[in-house]
Design a protein around this ligand. Structure first.
Ligand code: C2E
Length: 859
């Protein structure tokens, strides 16, 4: 039997690698060492190996060298043996052994023959080595060429990876390969290619988290070659061992793929169905392949990156250009072309100023070049112009582009179209400073301008006028003709006012029909002249749609520095002056005076005091008797308010009633008077004065309030007082201000049985036609006519005319302010029914009135 041994990897034992002849089972348990100090190291093979000489053992059972193997050899009948060293490249690598069944089996001829044979085997081994090296280098060359072609191909990465795997499977016959990629972001494996592996195994690998385990996962986590020669018994193959077994995978070798910057990109793995020890050449192939794979993966990834980058640049909503150092455009993206309106081929080679509008300041360009000159980035705004002439505002960021050595070679400009943003900003600014309807400055801008104008006036010791302008009864126009018409009117009014003013003047609208004017340099006289011109412009009729409107306004003037040093005071005083203009008949202008100041201070004082007057029981009602001129009897009483304030003293209703009316307090006060007067009258009725009429004044505000009839009825009901003994006095002016409304309200009260009289008659220009329709039963002749009837023929005539007219209309008459017997005589003669005045009695507290009336009836 012949066999060959080779030195094992640990260089300790000789391992039989091939044998021939009978009795080869002998080799199964054979242990041959090359170690000198091993008991199995002094046999024929050990000596032949160590001493590099043939060892002839002509008697196996007797030769001391074969002692450890004698009993085994006797079982196979070996009587002699020989061991001859085998060489590779001059070094001993193993032995050629022959076991014979006869003592002295190796004679000289046999020994020569065997020596010759080992020389032939040495040669064969050398050739073998060369051949394997040749084959390995061929494989390597094939792999390199293949990989190079792939790397330079346009194939997408997945196809490249599949091709590599297939090629590898050819280079290592019987293998199945996979390429797994490292998904860094998600810390997982991603399948690159594994065309020969079972699908279920691939599914397991793909997306596998990178937790330590055998095979490619370990190669990717730790970046080390990982070999499992026998997966079934590999301790590192924990949870996948069973699966590998089921898939028929017995061994694997994974080689990590490193990027140029030593990042782990993935792993190339070679699987075998059976346990397998990869050869050196297999490992070399693996290593080489992973180098090329790294290039391929990185290249494709950077291609993808570059593609993404160029797509991002190309599709960016911002315009992007790259210029050389002279500013000549070398690259422009589509957005630049769209924004400028020029075709790309018209842009390249030109300078970005091809779309300048000429409106960007020189300083802006100079600033940009100064920054770029210093190698710094610059950001600013350009007003550009599109090919079609349209203007646009671009926010531009220009940065130098540097080479690796820091040299600036280009400029990169990113232009963002901020036209809409700018417009919106301007609009917001405009909304913040201008009135939307008229486009006039609003309060905020007025304040700003006023502060500036006041500063200048102070510096120049100049005057400045502030005007408050308010339309008279503008609310009526809005209410009757609608807000749209009202708005149109305001716009036209604003234009007219603006036309009167100078450029430096500010006309602002505070809202509604309130305008404030700021007239730098204007003194009181010139402000009055301007006010006159404004009034003239305002009073011109307005033609709006089918309507022709006449509008009036009241203007108040305050002048710096006489009427105030600050804007707030000037405004307040101009407002006071305007209020005075309104009070004094409207459609007028008034310039502020100190008297107005005093008035307005008093006004506020009274108003504040009035708010607490009812609660603090400062108000009282006095009653003035009304006398029949026919019988001389007291037939009624007019309820008149009295207010005694602890500090301000007695305040006349002539002063506080208008304040109550303006502030709206009159509704509350009027209701209180009505209730008190009706309750008092009820008491007098119960005392037997059951024909006594109680007259109560109604203010215009009360009269216009829709709830008045119900309120009156409710009070009458509460006091259980018959309506026909209540007389509501309404001034002629109020009735004539809105005759239709007055008619409706009077009708409503009349239907409820309440009497109406028209107070201060003769002062309000009543039209006869309306008078006829008013459901009044009495006219009260104003005391201004009565006062002078004894001396003034005209007043006499007026009073006679009123009495005559009333008679014709079937109305009663009462004269107020009768102070003398002459007046009484004249009135009686003219047929006036009743009279009231100091001639009979002043207004009296309830108790005094009682005394008066009882005394009168006793007389
Ligand atoms: N010189 C003179 N004056 C006389 C004579 N007889 C009466 N008077 C005064 O003339 C005013 C008549 O009241 P009026 O015209 O309704 O004018 C009233 C009325 O319009 C208003 N008023 C008074 N009380 C009320 C009230 O309760 N409600 C409303 N809405 N207005 C009231 O205040 C105005 C002033 O009231 P008073 O100061 O009380 O003034 C009263 C009265 O005291 C006279 O012979 N000579």
């Amino acid at each position: 039997m012949a066999f060959i041994t080779l030195l094992d990897g640990d260089r300790q034992n000789l391992i039989p690698v091939t044998c021939y002849g009978s009795g080869t089972e002998y080799l199964e348990h054979l242990h041959i060492s090359v170690e000198e100090n091993s008991s199995h190291g002094h046999g024929p093979s050990g000596i032949a190996f160590r001493e590099d000489r043939p060892f002839w053992c002509q008697d196996f059972q007797q030769n001391p060298a074969t002692l450890p193997w004698r009993s085994l050899a006797s079982r196979f009948g070996w009587q002699a043996c020989a061991a001859l060293p085998l060489h590779k490249n001059g070094a001993v690598i193993g032995t050629l052994n022959l076991n014979a069944d006869a003592i002295n089996a190796f004679d000289d001829i046999a020994q020569n023959l065997l020596c010759q044979l080992t020389i032939d085997i040495d040669h064969a081994l050398a050739r073998f080595e060369l051949e394997s090296e040749r084959r390995q280098s061929l494989k390597m060359k094939t792999l390199r060429v293949f990989m190079l072609e792939l790397i330079t191909s346009e194939l997408p990465l997945p196809d490249i990876l599949v091709n590599v795997v297939r090629q590898f499977e050819q280079l290592i016959p019987g293998s199945m390969c996979s390429i797994m990629l490292h998904d860094k972001d998600n810390k997982r494996l991603r399948l690159g290619a594994a065309p020969s592996l079972p699908t279920s195994y691939i599914t397991t690998l793909d997306c596998m988290p990178l937790s330590p385990d055998g095979g490619c996962v370990n190669a990717v986590i730790n970046g080390v070659r990982t070999i499992a020669t026998d997966i079934a018994n590999d301790p590192n193959w924990g949870k996948f061992r069973q699966q590998a077994k089921e898939m028929g995978i017995g061994a694997c070798c994974s080689e990590p793929i490193f990027s140029a910057s030593a990042q782990i990109l993935g792993a190339l793995t070679v699987y075998h169905r059976e346990p397998f020890q990869p050869s050196e050449s297999d490992l070399q192939l693996l290593e080489t392949a992973t180098h090329f794979l790294a290039i391929a993966i990185e290249r494709k990834q950077s291609e993808v990156f570059m593609r993404k980058l160029s797509q991002a640049v190309e599709q960016s909503s911002n315009a992007i250009i790259i210029t050389d150092l002279n500013g000549t455009i070398e690259y422009a993206n589509t957005t630049f072309s769209t924004n400028t309106g020029y075709a790309l081929h018209d842009i390249i080679g030109k300078k970005p100023n091809m779309h300048k509008s000429g409106k960007t300041s020189r300083a802006t360009y100079a600033d940009m070049w100064a920054h770029l000159g210093r190698g710094e980035s610059w950001q600013g705004e350009f007003i550009n112009r599109r090919h079609n002439g349209e203007e646009r505002i671009d926010l531009v960021r220009v940065s130098p582009v540097r080479e690796a050595d820091g040299r600036i070679t280009h400029y990169l400009a990113i232009e963002e179209d901020i036209t809409n943003q700018k417009n919106a900003q301007a609009r917001i600014e405009s909304l913040a400073h201008f009135d939307v309807l008229t486009g006039l400055p609003n309060r905020a801008l007025l304040d700003e301008r006023a502060q500036r104008a006041l500063r200048l006036a102070e510096e120049d010791q100049a005057t400045l006028a502030v005007m408050f302008l308010d339309l008279d009864h503008f609310k009526n126009i809005n209410d009757t003709l609608g807000h749209n018409l009202g708005d149109t009117l305001l716009v036209e009014l604003a234009q007219r006012l603006r036309a009167v003013l100078r450029r430096d003047d500010t006309l602002s609208r505070l809202g509604g029909d309130e305008f404030v004017l700021l007239l730098p340099g204007a003194n009181r006289e010139s402000a009055k002249k301007i006010a006159q011109e404004l009034m003239r412009a305002i009073n011109e009729p307005y033609r709006i749609g089918s309507h022709e409107l006449n509008v009036m306004a009241s203007i108040g003037i305050a002048v710096y520095p006489a009427d105030g040093m600050d804007f707030e005071t000037l405004c307040k005083n101009a407002d006071v002056a305007m209020y005075r203009a309104k009070q004094e008949g409207r459609n007028a202008y008034r310039s502020f005076t100190q008297e107005m100041q005093a008035y307005s201070t008093r006004y506020l004082q009274v108003l504040n005091a009035l708010r607490q007057a009812i609660a603090q029981e400062q108000l009282h009602v006095h009653y003035q008797p009304q006398i029949s001129l026919i019988s001389g009897d007291v037939i009624g009483a007019e309820a008149l308010l009295r207010w005694h304030h602890p500090e301000l003293g007695n305040i006349s209703p002539a002063e506080f009633i208008p304040i109550a009316e303006e502030s709206g307090l009159i509704l509350q006060i009027g209701e209180w008077v009505l209730r008190v007067a009706v309750a008092q009258a009820k008491k007098w009725h119960q005392l037997g004065l059951d024909k006594l009429i109680i007259a109560v004044n109604l203010s215009a505000v009360q009269f216009r309030h829709a709830g008045l009839p119900n309120l009156v009825m409710q009070i009458l009901k509460e006091e259980d007082f018959p309506p026909q003994y209540l007389e509501l006095e309404l001034t002629e002016g109020v009735a004539m201000h809105d005759p239709q409304g007055a008619i409706a309200m009077m009708n409503s009260l009349h239907e409820r049985g309440v009497r109406m009289s028209i107070d201060d008659f003769g002062t309000g220009y009543s039209s006869l036609s309306y008078l006829k329709q008013f459901k009044a039963y009495k006219l009260k002749i104003d005391q201004s006519f009565v006062r002078d009837i004894s001396t003034d023929a005209e007043d006499k005539a007026i009073v006679s005319a009123i009495i005559g007219m009333a008679k014709n209309l079937g109305l009663q008459t009462i004269a107020e302010g009768v102070e003398t017997a002459e007046q009484q005589a004249f009135l009686r003669e003219e047929g006036c029914h009743e009279a009231q005045g100091y001639h009979y009695s002043k207004p009296l507290p309830a108790a005094d009135f009682e005394t008066f009336i009882l005394g009168a009836s006793a007389a």
